[in-house]
Every structure is written in C-alpha cells, then in structure tokens.
Write a protein that binds this ligand. Structure first.
Ligand SMILES: C[S@@+](CC[C@H](N)C(=O)[O-])C[C@H]1O[C@@H](n2cnc3c(N)ncnc32)[C@H](O)[C@@H]1O
Length: 194
C-alpha cells in the first residue's frame, strides 16, 4: 500500500493504545447512529444500552444472508449490536463470536448479552491482526467500522482468510480514503480513532 495514502502512521502498539483509550472511554452516543443504520424492526428488541453504543458505518448483517446453524465472527464487535443481530439470525444451533481489542467494550458487550439472555454468543479479547480463533472455524465474518483502524490491513485480511472455512463469506462496512490526507490528519490520534 502507498504510505502516502495510508492512515497507518502509528505503530501497531501505538494504534492499540489509542484504540483502547478512545473506545474504552467512549460514552453512550444516543440513538442517532442506530436509527440511521438499522430499520426499526431490526433493532426494536434491543435495549438502549446496545443501541446507544452503535458506532458502526453500515449494516453488514442485512447483507450477510445468515442462515440458522452458521458460525459468525464479528470483528471489532464493540458493545455487540451486530453480534446480537447475527445471533438472532443463526439461532440456537448457530454461534456468534464477538472479537474486540478493548476490555471496556467487551464488558459492555457481556453486560448486554446477560441482559438479552443470549446463549449462542461468546465474546473474546484479541486483535484482528492476530485472532484467537482456529483455522477454518467460521462460516461468515462480519465487521462494521473497524478494519480502517488496522495498521496492518494485509495481515488482517490474511487472518480473516485463515479463520474462514472454505467457501466462507466476509461482509463488512467501512470507510475508505480516496485521495491523500493532510499530514496533520494522518498524525492525529483523534482523527485515527475518532
Ligand atoms: C467504530 S467501533 C465499531 C464497533 C461495532 N462494530 C459497532 O458497529 O458498533 C470500533 C471497534 O473496533 C475495536 N478495534 C479497534 N482496533 C481493533 C483491533 N486491532 N482488533 C480488534 N478490535 C479492534 C474497538 O475497540 C472498537 O470497539
């Protein structure tokens, strides 16, 4: 990748620190993001503590054609909104693993899981660049507003390929940069994780 067009001006360690600080301290955002990205019928069963932490950029579950019994990985699950939507689609014979780097986000996600009483969901702490998952163990990987935060995107996609079963699917929503960003933006921690 051409470094001039990359957001990866931080080392992997610096990026992890910035992400943990930024998303660890994030406060509820109101319902605006959830209402913009999801139809009312998709999220009316979710508590406000899930919807107010929707921080994504799209609605990957809507396009993932999830089927009962499938194993789904939600990369950078945050407080769990897409994890829970996927869990409902795959049902009790399926399973959803929410992966996130930030312990505080995982604590929110696990509290939300307890509130919803979902038993087909599991949250794991880890980096998308080095996932704590077995090879060929996932039918569908989803992600929402996360891969842009990777300083090693090639490695992230290799990891996704590794954990997907043959014929597995990846559905993600994210932002892309079409042009060169000013150095001040590339070097800004707030712009990186904001
Ligand atoms: C913009 S939020 C999106 C959260 C969630 N997908 C949603 O739609 O609400 C980005 C999430 O990615 C996580 N994250 C950032 N970098 C990560 C990495 N390298 N590995 C795993 N998770 C990461 C953050 O902790 C945060 O929870």
């Amino acid at each position: 990748m051409n470094e001039e067009f990359s957001t990866a001006r931080f080392s992997a360690e610096e990026a992890a620190r910035i992400v943990r600080e930024s998303y660890g301290g994030v406060v509820p955002q109101g319902l605006g993001v959830a209402e913009a990205l999801y139809d009312p019928g998709e999220i009316d069963w979710l508590p406000e503590s899930v919807k107010a932490y929707a921080l994504g950029l799209g609605n990957p579950v809507r396009y993932a054609s999830l089927k009962p019994g499938e194993v789904v990985l939600d990369i950078g699950c945050g407080a769990g909104i897409d994890t829970f939507l996927a869990a409902r689609k795959v049902g009790p014979t399926g399973r959803v693993i929410g992966l996130d780097l930030t312990p505080e986000m995982l604590a929110r996600a696990r509290a939300n899981q307890a509130l919803l009483g979902l038993t087909n969901v599991e949250f794991r702490e880890g980096r998308m660049e080095d996932m704590p998952l077995e090879d060929a163990s996932v039918d569908v990987a989803i992600s929402n507003g996360v891969i842009n935060l990777s300083t090693e995107k090639g490695q992230t996609f290799r990891e996704i390929y590794r954990v997907l079963k043959p014929g597995g699917r990846l559905v993600f929503a994210d932002s892309v940069v079409n042009g060169q960003l000013p150095r001040a933006v590339l070097e800004s921690e707030a712009a990186f994780a904001g």
